[in-house]
Ligand binder design. Structure first.
Ligand SMILES: Cc1cc2nc3c(=O)[nH]c(=O)nc-3n(C[C@H](O)[C@H](O)[C@H](O)COP(=O)(O)OP(=O)(O)OC[C@H]3O[C@@H](n4cnc5c(N)ncnc54)[C@H](O)[C@@H]3O)c2cc1C
Length: 324
């Protein structure tokens, strides 16, 4: 817990981790006049909970679904289900394993939009540097537009390599094993097709179907797109091998590899997508990392599991660590 209860908290990152943290801090409301501000460099909220439109088609292009193991997270998911924000997609691909796969009702970004509602979230704000204020009692974060934001506490939820420079500017070193954690890359293809391919069976997902793709999602079968639209995610090895190719080459290669999954359908619109920090290769044993000051916290999916649930739980843990 911070030595002095924070009244101004800055959260960097409006992915599920940052939004869960911000929402929890706002809802706790234990400090009168407390403010929570979320900054994200992206144009909209969600981070790796990402949904894109191409014409009439709607495609999830980051996380495709999420699972629930933890009781605390289950209670949040239940509230989202009641509010119509999420619904069950299926209980497995191929054979049912009995475990629900949940999706955002209008795409995975629905979850982030729901969480952000009512919060002070500022998109297109890249956190550029962080330092102690001159009297040492607070933090001063500067965004890429040159604006300075002062806060009593800061929660950083970006993938760790994207937080390095902020910590460096603040003269803070994270533990070496944490600093060494790398992330798998994912190259993706979003493809709008003119007909059902009949190659992605109900419920509309294929896991590890060949030696290129780790997942193929049929967004129409999933229920988020009225138009036939497929999401292809290349596996970590293939993505690593091709990640530094130029984008047109990546796009062309993915289109070639996708052909065998199209049947008689034709692609009528497509976009490539690069995720440099898709999935952490290791996880840290604690749900967040608290700096000695007690007022600077790292959170995100590297801490509580490389998936939506882990990121959410890490955000909650960060808020709890600040609130005591
Ligand atoms: C292709 C892909 C498929 C996946 N599939 C699944 C799946 O099926 N199921 C599952 O459970 N999980 C899946 N995941 C993982 C899941 O998406 C993540 O674990 C989770 O969304 C991470 O949330 P987060 O809040 O920790 O990070 P993020 O969502 O990455 O949020 C961090 C935010 O920080 C922002 N940011 C970064 N640097 C700065 C800065 N300097 N200033 C301001 N903002 C900054 C970013 O813009 C981003 O919005 C997948 C991920 C990818 C990429």
């Amino acid at each position: 817990m911070a030595a002095t209860a924070p009244t101004r908290t800055l959260v960097v990152g409006a992915g599920i981790s940052g939004l869960m943290a911000a929402r929890r801090l706002s809802e706790l409301g234990v400090h009168r006049g407390a403010t929570v501000t979320v900054l994200d460099k992206g144009r909209s909220v969600g981070g790796r909970l990402a949904t894109r439109r191409i014409g009439d088609a709607v495609l999830d292009h980051g996380a495709q679904f999420f699972t629930v193991r933890d009781d605390i997270f289950a209670a949040h998911v239940d509230a989202w289900r009641t509010a119509g924000v999420v619904r069950e997609w299926c209980r497995g691909f191929g054979e049912s394993d009995g475990h629900p796969r949940w999706v955002g009702a209008s795409g995975m970004t629905s979850i982030a939009k729901h969480l952000a509602s009512g919060l002070d979230v500022r998109c297109s704000h890249l956190a550029f540097s962080l330092e102690r204020t001159s009297d040492g009692t607070a933090w001063r974060l500067v965004t890429d537009d040159g604006a300075a934001h002062e806060a009593d506490a800061v929660i950083l939820t970006a993938p760790l390599p994207q937080s390095f420079s902020l910590l460096f500017s603040a003269g803070i070193e994270m533990p070496e094993p944490l600093r060494r954690i790398d992330y798998d890359r994912t190259l993706g293809l979003l493809a709008v097709v003119d007909a059902d391919t009949h190659r992605v069976p109900a419920p509309g997902g294929l896991q590890d179907p060949d030696d290129v793709f780790s997942f193929i999602g049929d967004n129409r079968a999933k229920g988020i797109s009225g138009t036939h639209a497929l999401t292809f995610h290349a596996n970590p090895a293939w993505s690593l091998a091709h990640f530094d190719d130029d984008l047109d080459t990546i796009h062309a290669r993915l289109l070639t590899e996708a052909q065998r999954w199209l049947g008689d359908a034709r692609i009528v619109g497509s976009q490539p997508k690069k995720w440099r920090f898709a999935t952490p290769r290791d996880t840290w044993p604690d749900r967040c990392w608290v700096h000695d000051s007690g007022s600077l916290i790292l959170a995100g999916d590297v801490f509580a599991g490389p998936r939506v649930e882990g990121a959410a739980l890490s955000g909650l843990a960060a808020a709890d660590a600040l609130s005591g």
